[in-house]
Write a new protein. Structure first.
Length: 224
């Protein structure tokens, strides 16, 4: 794709990663220590149940120091904070540092307007601008297909294929059915779901184990 004009449609992880994976582009550099520290601090605070709005303010302050004003490159921050967004919407507030470096250098350009039409190799955007492209990559993400194969009416899974109920009542259904990582709460949320599910299964098994131990002791007393 050297020297080609490529349009990537999308705004989530696939779109962010695309410019750093095309040959002959160099591989995406690892996240700088500052970026990793921002994430680590935020997740640590979240683990201590610090309110999302407090984490939002701290994260945005640290991001402003590390990344500067992203709006000048066409990357406008939403009105909702990153952690609030993660908890209340399907969107994830991510930014690939390799792609961001290419945006700052001018190698990648952000076109915030939506695609209106495609005629031949010319793409027209909602703001009226037209640009020719050699290729178009649709990095628009995916949808959960759980509802297509899961036959369950216990209200565990919603019409969108994700958890129907909100945190913290989202992980347990009827007839031994659980769901983990489907409440849009990220990796830490999936970890919490797994702990809750494991604890619930343990409670179900423990009475049987205790009853079995009692029977063994009773049988042992009769054997003497």
């Amino acid at each position: 794709m050297r020297g080609k004009a490529v349009l990537v449609v999308g705004a989530a992880t696939p779109a962010w990663r695309s410019p750093t994976t095309w040959p002959p582009a160099a591989p995406s550099p690892p996240s700088p220590p500052a970026a990793r520290e921002i994430w680590n601090v935020a997740m640590a605070l979240y683990g201590y149940h610090v309110p999302a709005w407090v984490i939002d303010k701290l994260v945005l302050l640290m991001c402003a120091v590390v990344f500067g004003d992203t709006a000048q490159y066409g990357l406008r921050r939403p009105a909702v904070g990153p952690f609030t967004m993660k908890l209340t919407t399907p969107a994830y507030p991510i930014m690939d540092v390799g792609t961001y470096a290419k945006i700052r250098s001018g190698e990648v350009r952000v076109l915030p307007a939506a695609v209106k039409s495609v005629r031949g190799n010319v793409v027209e955007f909602a703001d009226g601008r037209r640009h020719p492209f050699d290729a178009i990559v649709l990095a628009t993400g995916y949808r959960s297909t759980v509802r297509r194969w899961l036959q369950s009416e216990d209200g565990l899974i919603g019409d969108d294929g994700m958890a129907a109920r909100g945190f913290p009542e989202h992980w347990k259904g009827e007839n031994g059915l659980y769901c983990a990582g489907m409440a849009r709460r990220g990796i830490y949320g999936s970890y919490e779901d797994a702990e809750l599910i494991a604890g619930d299964i343990s409670k179900l098994l423990r009475p049987k184990e205790d009853k079995g131990d009692g029977a063994a002791r009773t049988n042992g007393s009769y054997s003497y």
